[in-house]
Design a binder for this molecule. Structure first.
Ligand SMILES: [Ca+2]
Length: 185
């Protein structure tokens, strides 16, 4: 019985570690959403809204690989945000999660902000949100930015959002690459 008890404790421990972790798919944006077109401007496993936030296969520098997400701020004609998101199934309720991504601002970029947000799986009211003004992001250099929060229900949605300049000429571009998600108790 003692041996069985130890095994049960071990299984519970392994189970709790395994269920707390969510795995982000296509975190470096190398996979195309279209299996027959590697150059697709949508990244596999990521949803998208708004304009000009595209998977780019030729922009440099990347943080790793050949692809990144490029926000064409200079081409935006609306006042509204653009963004990408991914739903992660296997994050157990009550996990503390940190979602991070590398960001790179081209010289002259004058967007309002970049927001990293956590929402319940499937979308809803923000669990946590972190705003980065252009002054918080160095130009011509990759920087890791992140947001941390705790989900009440199983699963999680992670979002990268950009708001364009609200008045005046829009300039520059913002790159994103190598997202990551760390969840624990
Ligand atoms: Ca990449």
């Amino acid at each position: 019985m003692k041996r069985f008890g130890r095994l049960a404790v071990l299984l519970v421990l392994v189970g709790s570690v395994a269920t707390a972790r969510g795995e982000l798919l296509n975190a470096s944006f190398e996979e195309s959403s279209d299996d027959e077109d590697w150059f697709s401007d949508q990244a596999k496993y990521w949803g998208r809204w708004g304009n000009w936030i595209n998977r780019e296969t030729g922009w440099t520098p990347t943080h790793s690989g050949d692809c990144l997400i490029g926000y064409h701020h200079w081409r935006i004609e609306e006042q509204t945000t653009s963004g990408i998101y991914q739903d992660i199934e296997d994050v157990s309720a009550g996990s503390e999660c940190t979602f991070s991504v590398y960001v790179y601002k081209d010289p002259g970029t004058n967007a309002e902000y970049v927001e990293l947000r956590l929402e319940p799986k499937g979308g809803g009211e923000a669990i946590a949100s972190q705003f980065y003004k252009m002054g918080d992001i160095p130009k011509g250099k990759w920087k890791l930015i992140s947001v941390t929060g705790r989900n009440e229900k199983e699963g999680l949605r992670v979002l990268i959002i950009v708001k364009p300049r609200q008045q005046g000429k829009r300039e520059g571009a913002i790159k994103f690459d190598d997202a990551s998600l760390e969840c624990g108790e």
